[in-house]
Ligand binder design. Structure first.
Ligand code: ATP
Length: 237
C-alpha cells in the first residue's frame, strides 16, 4: 500500500478550491502531522483519503493498487458512540471482518486493558468523558489493525492530562506498525508526536519537512508566520 502517492488532488465544490492540487507522498512508517490555518483543507484531505468524499480531480496511488478496503481508518474529533456498552462499542470494529462474537469480546477486552478502560467495559459508552470517548475510538480503530490511521484533531477539546494519555496511545499504535496522518492545531503536540510535518495553506501543500527543521527553519513565509502566530487572516482563505 505504501508509498501512497497523491498527485494534483483537487476538491472544488461550487468552483471554490478547497483542495487546490495537493502533491504528497507518504512512506510506510511514522506519524505525519498536518498543520495549517483554519479552512486550509486539512480535514477535507483526510476525508478524501478515507473515501468519504470524492475528489474533483487528481490521483491517489495506493502503492500501485487500489485503496485496500479495510486498510484505512479515520477517527474524528467527536467520535460517534453507539447506545451500547464500552466493550460492545470497541468490539463493533471487528464485526465486518467476520470475527466470531467470543473472539471479538476477547480482543476488545485486551485493547481496553491497553488503553486503561477495562474497568469501564460494562458502562454505557455515551457516559464516558470526552477523553475516554477519544481513547475508545482509537481502540476501536486500532483493533482492526489498519495500515493507515487518519486522526482529525483527536485532542482538540481535551485537558493536558487526557491529551497526554491520547498521545501515549497514538505512539503505541504507531509502534504496532500503523502509519498515522494526524491533524492538529497544537504545535507542542506536533513537536512531541510528529516525525514530519505537512503544512497546508489555501488547499495547497506549502512544505513537507522533518519536524525539527519545520520549527527551526520553515521554508515558506506562510509557515514562518503560522509558527509565530502572525499569519494574516487574508492568507488563510
Ligand atoms: N462538503 C463540503 N463542501 C464544500 N465545502 C466544504 C465541505 N466541507 C468543508 N468545506 C469547506 O472547505 C474548506 C476547508 O475545510 P476543512 O474543514 O478541510 O479545513 P481545515 O483546514 O480542517 O480547517 P479547521 O482547522 O478550521 O478545522 C472550508 O472553507 C470549508 O467550509
Amino acid at each position: 500500500m505504501f508509498p501512497v502517492r497523491i498527485e494534483n488532488l483537487r476538491f472544488s465544490p461550487n468552483g471554490h478550491a478547497v483542495l487546490d492540487g495537493i502533491d504528497l507522498q507518504l512512506g510506510s512508517e511514522g506519524i505525519t502531522l498536518l498543520l495549517g490555518p483554519n479552512g486550509a483543507g486539512k480535514s477535507m484531505l483526510l476525508r478524501v483519503l478515507c473515501g468519504l468524499v470524492e475528489p474533483s480531480g487528481g490521483t491517489i496511488d495506493w502503492g500501485g493498487g487500489v485503496r485496500p478496503a479495510r486498510g484505512v481508518m479515520m477517527v474524528f474529533q467527536h467520535p460517534m458512540m453507539l447506545r451500547a456498552t464500552v466493550l460492545e462499542n470497541v468490539a463493533l470494529g471487528l464485526k465486518p471482518l467476520g470475527v466470531s462474537a467470543a473472539e471479538r469480546q476477547r480482543r476488545a477486552m485486551a485493547v481496553l486493558e491497553r488503553i486503561g478502560l477495562a474497568h469501564r467495559a460494562g458502562d454505557s459508552a455515551r457516559q464516558l468523558s470526552g477523553g475516554e470517548k477519544q481513547r475508545l475510538a482509537l481502540a476501536r480503530a486500532w483493533l482492526t489493525r489498519p495500515r493507515l490511521l487518519l486522526l482529525d484533531e483527536p485532542t482538540a477539546s481535551l485537558d493536558p492530562s487526557a491529551t497526554a494519555e491520547v498521545e501515549r496511545i497514538i505512539r503505541e499504535i504507531r509502534t504496532d506498525g500503523t502509519r498515522i496522518l494526524m491533524v492538529t492545531h497544537n504545535l507542542g503536540q506536533a513537536t512531541r508526536l510528529g516525525d514530519d510535518i505537512v503544512f497546508l495553506s489555501a488547499g495547497k501543500v506549502c512544505e513537507h519537512t522533518p519536524t525539527q527543521r519545520f520549527f527551526s527553519r520553515p521554508a515558506s513565509d506562510e509557515a514562518r508566520l503560522f509558527i509565530q502566530g502572525e499569519l494574516p487572516w487574508r492568507m488563510t482563505f
